[in-house]
Design a protein around this ligand. Structure first.
Ligand code: LHQ
Length: 253
């Protein structure tokens, strides 16, 4: 199986599983990954996702032994995964356990919180084979690291270390290799116990901010805050604060 799904209390771990190819992507993997994300969303008990890769790499991008020059169909498939990750109503943590290249790098960047092993690197490998950053790369990169760094990353296709990626704001944190999975699970557990609806609304607002004016965004925040305030986790959060105890969020509407 090229995608593994493990169910944990409150969250699912999804693992890219073609370790002998550094988890290079195929159309079939894209479709199975999309289905796995859809199933997580449909499971009312699943309140967060942890995405990682098996073996020594996270994902080496498109499997170059399975590609021709008609890339549209393939990209439609992968783009559906990116759209799904962004629209999932729960946080997605990515644990980049090793090299993340090409579409594999940008798959990681589509997740909400990215941790990477210190030995991992991010490579916008596309320029090496005459392609452009895809699956959202040209959108994510300038927003995360600014135009100057985005252009150099896209044009030079040089590996960026996990530590530099964190220093540049491309990812959340670089973590010692032997602690990566433990830390990623701990973070996912924490998020899975969070106010799921509020987190999902925050995710939606942050994405909308990429194209909204301040005026539009203020209105959107007002509307989404109105929605957030009608979910039981808000009442519980306030009650717990006043009672000086930790909140117990359910993530339910
Ligand atoms: C691979 C791959 C791979 C097949 C390692 N394919 N076998 C394009 C087209 C269509 C639509 C969607 O979007 C895209 C966008 C893209 O993703 S284009 C970018 C595609 N990816 C790349 O150009 C990266 C290619 N890989 C590499 O440059 C290196 O493998 C990296 C730097 C990732 C890792 O290097 P090493 O750690 O030295 O590992 P390796 O090169 O020895 O790889 C291990 C094995 O995995 C090896 O096979 P082998 O039989 O020799 O053990 C590689 O051939 C295979 N592999 N990436 N993308």
């Amino acid at each position: 199986m090229t995608i593994l799904v493990e169910k944990h209390a409150g969250y699912r771990q999804i693992t890219l599983n073609r370790p002998d190819r550094l988890n290079a992507l195929t159309a079939e993997m894209g479709a199975v990954l999309l289905a796995a994300l859809g199933e997580a969303q449909a499971d009312g008990d699943c309140r967060a996702i942890l995405l990682t890769g098996a073996g020594r790499g996270f994902c080496a991008g498109q499997d170059l032994s399975q590609v021709g020059s008609d890339l549209g169909g393939l990209l439609d498939g992968y783009n559906a995964v990116i759209r799904k990750l962004r629209s999932l109503e729960m946080p997605v943590v990515c644990a980049v356990n090793g090299v993340a290249a090409g579409a594999g790098a940008n798959l990681a960047l589509a997740c909400d919180i990215v941790l990477a092993a210190t030995s991992a690197s991010f490579i916008q490998a596309f320029a090496k084979i005459g392609l452009i950053p895809d699956v959202g790369g040209t959108w994510f990169l300038p927003r995360l690291v600014g135009a100057a760094r985005a252009r150099a990353l896209a044009m030079l296709a040089e590996p960026l270390s996990a530590e530099r990626a964190a220093a540049w704001g491309l990812i959340w944190q670089a973590v010692d290799d032997d602690k990566l999975l433990d830390e990623a699970h701990a973070l996912t557990v924490l998020l899975a116990q969070g106010p799921t609806i509020g987190l999902a609304l925050a995710k939606r607002a942050l994405d909308a901010a990429e194209t909204n004016t301040l005026d539009e965004q203020l209105n959107l925040e007002r509307d989404l805050q109105g929605e957030a305030a009608h979910n039981p986790d808000y009442a519980e959060g306030v009650r717990a604060f006043l009672e000086k105890r930790p909140p117990v969020f359910t993530g339910k509407r």
